[in-house]
Design a protein around this ligand. Structure first.
Ligand code: HAM
Length: 424
């Protein structure tokens, strides 16, 4: 028996209500803030990620799905969507439009991680990116969007962690101080942190091992080493957030798992958090587009994991609107009625009524059981008697009440009775 690959799962119909709910909230949020949809391929040139996004981070070192296609080209399943968005921005000359260009996406990403609760090898992200503007007001707006997204889903038990990790000018000085701090603890570091000390010292602050966290506690704080421009930028972000009444917690050890960030970084953490719980994260990446071959183009964005959102919705037992059920089920007795049933179903669907028709040779009782199990409110029954008089039996599946209605009137009747006009 084949199974879905480790760390991946099928989304079954009963789960789909969650996905639809999140996608609808995400789309209306983006409309509200003036973001437009963008879809990029699931695989990209591997170098899009390996060269720019994450050299020295776990994502590239251990987690990328990289393969050669039949022509020998090295491709990668996308591990995240920010770099692909920047690639598309450059490829389609979106820098010629009025800046910032505001884009959003929903789609899968792939990371070869050790699967566990809330951490998968295929996960789905909803994200949004504002490209072409360094204004700290935009950082605040992106953070507000993230907050409003979770609120719109009914999730409010989270905190926003905020930090600034400086720029090309001030970060090297900080990294030097950080290395000096860690130099006296090398023996106590976990193997990953020993490698980080050489390759990517900023990530030392983010190690989850208790012994390494103790060392991180006394490490120098990056906000104390920001250049005056980065300091001003960080203060402005906080000023705007304050003005917009968005609560946040300064967290000088927040560094993020991808390499492209500059200045603002932030994460949304559920209050009752477990291991793999971060709901979403983002920040500024002012050098990425230039590293991909474009002109210097500041940008900021955010992405959230849909699977983790669903885990939180379930944990908080939030009511999610159910997927719509078909309006009617058509049952029949004998072949002649079946032909009429197929014809009727076709007519009703053309009139916009959602219909499921019985198939196979189930008894009427079996057909009613099928209608019940599908949760359909009305059954239309075509028997010999109904057919001879060009009628159909309309049965309310909840009350069991039945009425005989002329076939010619059933569409109008259903449209009037079942499809209530939308409330204004
Ligand atoms: P990220 O923090 O790596 O950021 O991923 C964003 C979110 O995707 C995470 O907060 C988490 O909810 C979810 N996620 C990540 N990996 C997994 C996994 N293995 N299983 C389940 N969920 C996962 C980015 O990817 C950046 N591109 C975000 C960004 C957009 N920064 C600026 N713009």
């Amino acid at each position: 028996m084949h199974k879905a690959p480790r760390g991946t799962f099928d989304i079954l119909p009963q789960e789909y209500a969650y996905w639809k709910y999140i996608e609808e909230k995400a789309t209306s949020l983006c409309q509200l803030y003036g973001y437009q949809p963008l879809s990029t391929p699931i695989f990209e040139d591997a170098q899009l990620f390996t060269k720019t996004v994450a050299g020295g981070t776990d994502i590239v070192d251990k987690e990328m799905y990289i393969f050669e296609d039949k022509s020998g080209q090295e491709l990668a399943l996308r591990a995240e969507l920010t770099a692909p968005v920047c690639r598309a921005y450059l490829e389609h000359g979106l820098f010629n439009l009025v800046q910032p260009v505001k884009l959003y996406y929903i789609g899968p990403a792939f990371r070869y991680e050790r699967p566990q609760f809330g951490r998968y090898r295929q996960h789905h992200q909803f994200g949004f990116e504002a490209l072409g503007d360094a204004d700290p007001a935009l950082d605040a707006e992106v953070i507000e969007m993230a907050q409003q997204f979770f609120y719109s889903l009914g999730l409010s038990r989270f905190s926003i962690q905020l930090n600034s990790i400086g720029c090309k000018l001030c970060r090297p000085g900080y990294l030097e101080v950080l290395r000096q701090h860690y130099a006296s603890y090398t023996d106590q570091l976990c193997p990953d942190c020993k490698a980080r000390l050489v390759k990517n010292p900023l990530r030392l602050l983010d190690c989850k091992k208790t012994s390494c966290q103790e060392i991180a506690k006394t490490a120098p704080k990056i906000p104390d080493y920001l250049c005056p421009e980065c300091q001003l930028h960080f203060q402005s972000v906080q000023k705007y957030l304050g003005a917009m009444s968005i609560p946040f917690q300064l967290n000088h050890r927040l560094v993020r798992g991808l390499d492209y960030y500059t200045r603002t970084v932030f994460e949304v953490e559920p209050r009752d958090k477990g291991g793999q719980s971060t709901l979403g994260g983002g920040g500024r990446y002012d050098n990425l587009i230039e590293e991909l071959g474009g002109k210097p183009t500041p940008a900021v964005g955010f992405a959230a994991g849909l699977e983790r959102i669903i885990l939180n919705l379930k944990k908080q037992k939030l009511d999610i609107p159910a997927l719509p059920k078909p309006d009617a089920f058509i049952a029949y007795l004998e072949e002649e009625a079946k032909i009429e049933a197929m014809k009727l179903a076709s007519e009703l669907r053309k009139a916009g009524i959602t219909v499921i028709t019985a198939t196979g040779d189930k008894s009427l009782k079996g057909q009613m059981r099928q209608a019940n199990s599908l949760g359909i409110a009305y059954a239309l029954i075509l028997g010999e008697q109904e057919l001879s008089k060009r009628n159909v039996m309309l049965r309310d599946m909840r009350s069991g009440e039945q009425k005989t209605i002329p076939l010619a009137e059933i569409a109008t009747r259903l449209l009037n009775d079942i499809k209530q006009p939308e409330q204004v």
